[in-house]
Ligand binder design. Structure first.
Ligand code: OFO
Length: 168
């Protein structure tokens, strides 16, 4: 059985994952409209991943005797100035999720709830990986700048990252 406070935190985490999923769908759509099909595929994939993160939480809360609250959807940001802008928003979103994951881990330790603490370790590892991907991509984009040929190759090559990504 989970405590009421932890149930509230897990429910707010699953809402964050749901919003991230919608946010990445909007990013995928922006990329598609702007001719970056590789980037679009990266974000469609990310959106699916976040949905699975949300589902994992829903099932866990229900299995532990709590009640998962299915959240309403917030309208995501759908305008971006550039790929740099898009991936900066991606990193910010992931950092936001990481902060929330860390906060729950802290609450678990305080409440001595080692079951939820153990469950959350999967999210800790996942966030480390996703933030690293976001930073690597931003580093590459910084080197490319506004070079059109570079952006074309970047869009083509992000598919390789995509494959690695879809394993998680
Ligand atoms: Fe990357 O947000 Fe889920 O965990």
């Amino acid at each position: 059985m989970i405590s009421e406070n932890i149930e509230i935190s897990l429910n707010s985490q699953l809402k964050l994952e749901a919003n991230a999923s919608m946010q990445y769908l909007a990013m995928a759509s922006w990329a598609e409209i702007n001719g970056y099909n590789g980037v679009a595929s990266f974000f469609y994939n990310q959106s699916e991943e976040e949905k699975t993160h949300m589902l994992k939480l829903i099932k866990f809360v229900n299995e532990r005797g709590g009640t998962a609250v299915i959240p309403s959807l917030e309208k995501p940001e759908s305008e971006y100035e550039s790929l740099q802008d898009l991936f900066t928003a991606f990193l910010n979103s992931e950092e936001n999720v990481t902060n929330s994951v860390n906060q729950i881990v802290f609450e678990c330790l305080e409440a001595k709830d080692y079951t939820v603490h153990n469950f959350m370790q999967w999210y800790v590892a996942e966030q480390t990986e996703e933030e690293a991907i976001a930073r690597t991509i931003l580093d590459k984009l910084r080197i490319i700048g506004s070079d059109k040929g570079g952006l074309y190759l970047f869009d083509r090559d992000i598919k390789n990252l995509d494959v690695k990504n879809s394993d998680s």
